[in-house]
Design a binder for this molecule. Structure first.
Ligand SMILES: Nc1ncnc2c1ncn2[C@@H]1O[C@H](COP(=O)(O)OP(=O)(O)OP(=O)(O)O)[C@@H](O)[C@H]1O
Ligand SMILES: [Mg+2]
Length: 253
C-alpha cells in the first residue's frame, strides 16, 4: 500500500575545515509496506527514523526517489493532499497552539462537532473527556498530555495509514501498555496500516514487522526474534562515530 523507491534525503553540511560535504540522512531506501500490517521502525538516535516518517507525510521533500501510496505516485503531493488520501501523522514533538482547544483540533480531525462522537473518540484513547475536551492546546499542557491529544487527533481521522513518531515519549508507565493495545486494536478493527517509530520493546512485541534504520539505511526488516541480536549488538560508537581523537573521551562501550 506504501512503496518507497530509492528514497533519499540529503543535506549539505560543513566540516571542521569549512568544506561542504553531502550527508545522506535517508540513503536510497526501498521498501513496501503492506496494507493492514503493524510496523515498528526502530534504530539509534539520529539514524533517520523521524526524517523517514516526515518524508512519507510530505513534511520534508526527498532529494531523490519516489513514494507510491495505493499505487499512486504521491511524491509531489502536499501534506494536505496526502492527508486527504488517508495518511495521518503524529509528531514526535507536537505543536502547541495558543487559543485553540483540544475540542477544536478533534472536531477538525473527526470532521464533526457532535459532542457524542467527540466523547466517544476521547474515551477510546483513555482520556477523561470532561476534564480534557476544553483544555487549551498550549504551553500549559504537560508533555504526556500533549502526546495523548496528538494520538487522539490522529485516530480521529480514521486514516488508512497512521504514522506515530515515538507516541510513548513522556507517557506515564500506566498508559504505555493501554496505548500499545489501543494502536493494535485500531490496526485490527479498522485495518489501519500502522507505522510506529519507537524504542519501546512493547511496540516491537506487537509489530508484524520490525524495520531497523541505521545511518539512513534500512538494515533489517523481519520478525523480532531475528531482530534482537542486531539490536543487542548496537553500541553507541558503532553508529555515531566520534571524530578522530575524541573517541576515548566521548564514546561509551
Ligand atoms: N533538515 C535537516 N537538515 C540537517 N540535518 C537534518 C535535517 N533533518 C534531520 N537532520 C539530521 O538527520 C539525523 C537524523 O534525524 P532524525 O530526526 O531523523 O533521527 P531519529 O532517528 O528520528 O532520531 P531520534 O531517535 O533521536 O528521534 C540527525 O542527525 C538530524 O540532526
Ligand atoms: Mg526521531
Amino acid at each position: 500500500m506504501l512503496e518507497l523507491k530509492g528514497l533519499s534525503f540529503s543535506v549539505v553540511e560543513k566540516n571542521e575545515n569549512g568544506e561542504e560535504k553531502r550527508r545522506d540522512i535517508i540513503d536510497a531506501m526501498d521498501f513496501t509496506f503492506e496494507a493492514g500490517k503493524f510496523y515498528a521502525i526502530t534504530g539509534p538516535n539520529g539514524s533517520g527514523k523521524t526524517t523517514l516518517s516526515r518524508l512519507i507525510m510530505g513534511i520534508n521533500q526527498p532529494t531523490a526517489g519516489r513514494i507510491f501510496f495505493e499505487g499512486k505516485d504521491i511524491t509531489g503531493m502536499t501534506i494536505t493532499e496526502r492527508a486527504t488520501a488517508g495518511i495521518s501523522y503524529s509528531f514526535q514533538q507536537p505543536a502547541r497552539f495558543k487559543g485553540v482547544t483540544f475540542r477544536d483540533l478533534l472536531s477538525v480531525a473527526a470532521k464533526t462537532e457532535k459532542e457524542e462522537k467527540l466523547l466517544e473518540i476521547v474515551r477510546r484513547v483513555g482520556i477523561c473527556p470532561l476534564s480534557f475536551l476544553d483544555k487549551p492546546v498550549d504551553s500549559t499542557l504537560s508533555g504526556g498530555e500533549i502526546k495523548k491529544i496528538e494520538l487522539a487527533t490522529t485516530i480521529a481521522r480514521n486514516p488508512k495509514l497512521a504514522i506515530y513518531d515515538e507516541p510513548d515519549t513522556g507517557i506515564d508507565l500506566w498508559t504505555i501498555m493501554p496505548m500499545v493495545n489501543l494502536l493494535k486494536k485500531e490496526q485490527i478493527e479498522h485495518k489501519t496500516t500502522t507505522i510506529v517509530v519507537s524504542h519501546n520493546r512493547s511496540f516491537l512485541d506487537v509489530a508484524d514487522d520490525i524495520l531497523i534504520v541505521d545511518h539512513g539505511k534500512l538494515r533489517y526488516h523481519g520478525n523480532l526474534k531475528n531482530a534482537l541480536p542486531m539490536l543487542n549488538d548496537f553500541r553507541i560508537c558503532s553508529f555515531n562515530p566520534c571524530p578522530e581523537g575524541e573517541q576515548d573521551a566521548q564514546c561509551f562501550r
